[in-house]
Design a protein around this ligand. Structure first.
Ligand code: GLU
Length: 315
């Protein structure tokens, strides 16, 4: 049996909100409950969106919440570096391996198509399917309208993902999103590529994160397969929503851990309320360690939303 290796992969684009805290808590619990390891990886590919100091603040907030990790930018580890901005050669090597099998091609379609790909696509972020305009040009030289991006030549078949919490997800990636971008024309590697290359290189056995990234799972499973890696499992947890079931907005309590801390809320209150919203525990404050003693992740199965009880953020 493989030893469980989980990861939490925040983007240092600001302070952590309750939704990210929930994902971190469940990723941590899933690893710790089976005495597995947890990797903390910083997803800072989208340089213009990176906020100076956010990485340090996120790590401090996670530690304040009572979480710990075995490898990360602050602790080092056998798979360093743990910042994506320092891992470009791994992404290059993966593209070269795919290119040797004629699985990539160059594309100079408009920048608007490909501008956002460095960040993880959350619902509403993704544009229309790429129709394959440059597919038959191959990789040979031609007159470029702009520096070309690299796209994956996606096979026309279903990809099936067995998600531990959401069940079977089946998608024909080619028909749904088309040949997706692996590297932008300006040389920035895409989130979809980086996340798969890193999870494979870091020996991650299961990806735990919110259902807002469920739509990316088939693309990532396909890429992992094409890169010849051992497939990772997936567990997409329900999204934390406001008491009325709608998306968390500032008014509905989508505050950052920083703000809660500053308002005097205890980490136990935050953990207790997230655990209760997720259905992991009865109401009441508790430490992350205490939650672990009765951590039953199956209680999350099949749920897509986890409503915070009212006043949850006020603490
Ligand atoms: N860095 C991504 C985000 O902040 C998460 C990526 C992942 O968990 O696969 O949304």
């Amino acid at each position: 049996m493989r030893v469980y290796r989980g990861r939490f992969a925040p983007s240092p684009t600001g302070d952590l909100h309750l939704g990210s805290a929930a994902a971190a808590l469940v990723a941590w619990g899933s690893a710790r409950a089976c005495e597995g390891a947890l990797v903390l990886r910083v997803e800072d590919l989208d340089r213009p969106r990176v906020v100076p100091g956010a990485e340090r603040r996120q790590l401090e907030d996670l530690a304040w919440l009572g979480l710990d990790w075995d490898e990360g930018p602050d602790r080092g580890g056998p798979h360093a570096p743990y910042r994506q901005s320092e891992r470009g050669e791994h992404y290059q090597a993966a593209i070269a391996a795919l290119a040797r099998r004629n699985l990539v091609y160059l594309c100079d379609c408009s920048r608007a198509d490909i501008a956002r790909v460095a960040s993880a696509p959350h619902p509403g972020d993704e544009g229309p399917r790429y129709p394959g305009t440059c597919r038959d040009h191959g990789r040979g030289p031609r007159e470029w309208k702009r520096p070309p991006a690299v796209r994956l030549r996606v096979p026309d078949r279903d990809v099936v993902v067995h998600d531990a919490l959401q069940g079977e997800v089946r998608q024909n990636v080619w028909r749904t999103v088309g040949d997706f971008v692996l590297r932008r024309g300006d040389g920035v590697h895409a989130y979809q590529l980086a996340v798969v290359v890193d999870d494979l290189a870091m020996g991650v056995t299961e990806v735990v994160r919110g259902t807002d990234l469920l739509a990316s799972a088939p693309r990532q499973a396909l890429l992992a397969e094409l890169l010849g890696g051992t497939p990772r499992g997936f567990a997409h947890l329900p999204m934390i929503v406001g008491p009325d079931g709608t998306r968390l907005a500032k008014r509905g309590g989508d505050v950052t851990l920083r703000e809660l801390r500053a308002a005097g809320t205890s980490a136990e209150t935050v953990v207790g309320r997230l655990a209760y919203a997720l259905g992991l525990a009865d109401a009441g404050a508790r430490s992350a360690r205490a939650l672990l003693a009765r951590f039953d992740r199956d209680r999350l199965r099949g749920r897509v939303a986890a409503p915070l009880s009212s006043g949850a953020a006020a603490g």
